[in-house]
Design a protein around this ligand. Sequence first.
Ligand code: PLP
Length: 223
Amino acid sequence: MTSQTTPDALSDIVARIESARKAALKPAANVTLIAVSKTHDAARIRPLLAAGQRVFGENRVQEAQAKWPKLREEFADIQLHLIGPLQTNKVKDAVALFDVIHTLDRPKLAGALKKEFAAAGKTCPLFVQVNTGEEEQKAGIAPSDAKDFVAYAKGELGLPVIGLMCIPPVDDEPSPHFAFLRKLAGECGLEHLSMGMSADFETAIRFGASHVRVGSALFGARS
Ligand SMILES: *Cc1c(COP(=O)(O)O)cnc(C)c1O
């Protein structure tokens, strides 16, 4: 746990985001702070909502379903981002609940999203997750398949892919991963980059991140 209250941590992080953005060589026009509220209950989330934060990230569909419909009745304009792996049998629930999905990473999921968007009569912006560290246990499309996959999802299926997302290996220096993702996004003609977490969001912003996903630096350590 940090000794700061979450609203204090929030203003601190917002200020750090803005100075990192200004220090970037080619700064993103806007950096969106996604407050990652996984494992934290509504009582821990409410102070951030009261302080004005509206963009949140969750990594599990079921956990988000249990918390957010009620919070949405209490606070207007909440934007929910799915940042964890998505199974095709959860696509219907995910599309109903989330405003942005960061974890499109395989053709089967692309097909399921296309089908569900048509059935639900709505879509949401998507990021393609790239497994930049080529870790076996990690989700994400292989770097060498990424361009073809974006062309398929965006070009062929017409999905609203807006950017790329990565989670660098925990023991790696993150900068090369961020630089790689940025270059790949340029080659794919994609504008947005979802990269950077509590330990490295300022570095990610210097490499052009438009969306940072910050959990423990806001809420304290997860148990
Ligand atoms: C948990 C999580 C985060 C936040 O991690 P912190 O280190 O607590 O900031 C960011 N991105 C993803 C995909 C996560 O699962």
